[in-house]
Write a protein that binds this ligand. Sequence first.
Ligand code: FMN
Length: 177
Amino acid sequence: MGRTILIVYSTTDGQTRRICERLQRVAQEQGHRATLADLEAEPVPDPDSYGKIVIGARIRHGRHSPRVAEFVNRYRTVLESKPSGFFSVNIVARKPEKGRPETNPYVRKFLRQVSWRPTETAVFAGKLDYPKYDFWDRAIIRFIMWLTRGPTDPGTVVEFTDWQQVDAFGLAISRMQ
Ligand SMILES: Cc1cc2nc3c(=O)[nH]c(=O)nc-3n(C[C@H](O)[C@H](O)[C@H](O)COP(=O)(O)O)c2cc1C
C-alpha cells in the first residue's frame, strides 16, 4: 500500500483529467502505482486502501463541484491519517499574482471551507476553449476575459496549463510521506 496513490478528480471539459493523467505518469516513473477515479462517477474506490490520496478539482462559475467537499468530509479521518494532496484548476491562475495556492482565491476559499490540511497543495491554470462552449457560457467567459484583459476572440483556444509545474507537483506528491 505504501507506494500506491489514489488520484480522484472532478472535471467537465477534461483538462483536470489530463493533468491527473500527467501526474499519474510522473508518479509511475517514481515507482508508484497510481489509480485515477472520476468523483462524479460512482463508485469511487475506498481511499483507505491507498498509501496516498490526491484530489483535483476544476472551477466553474466560481465553484468547485460540491462532490469535492462531500468527498473530503466523508473521508476526512482517512485523509488526515495519510500523505495527501489537493489542486484546483481555474483560468484565474493564469495570472502570476493568482497562480500560487496562497494567492489563488479558489484554493484559499476551499481550504477555509474544509478542516483537512493537505500535505501538498497546488493550483494550475486551465484551458480556454470558446468554440466548445455553448452560447451563454461563451458569453459569460468572454465577459470575464474582457474584465481581466484576457482573450475575447470567440475562436480562441488556449491551454494556459504550465506542464512543468504539473511535473513538479507530480514529484512532490510522489515524495511526500
Ligand atoms: C462555464 C465555465 C465557467 C468557468 N468559470 C470559471 C470561473 O469562475 N473562474 C475561473 O477561474 N475559471 C473558470 N472557468 C475556466 C475553467 O476553470 C477552465 O476552463 C478549466 O480548464 C476547466 O477544467 P475542466 O476542463 O477540467 O472542466 C470556467 C469555464 C467554463 C467553461
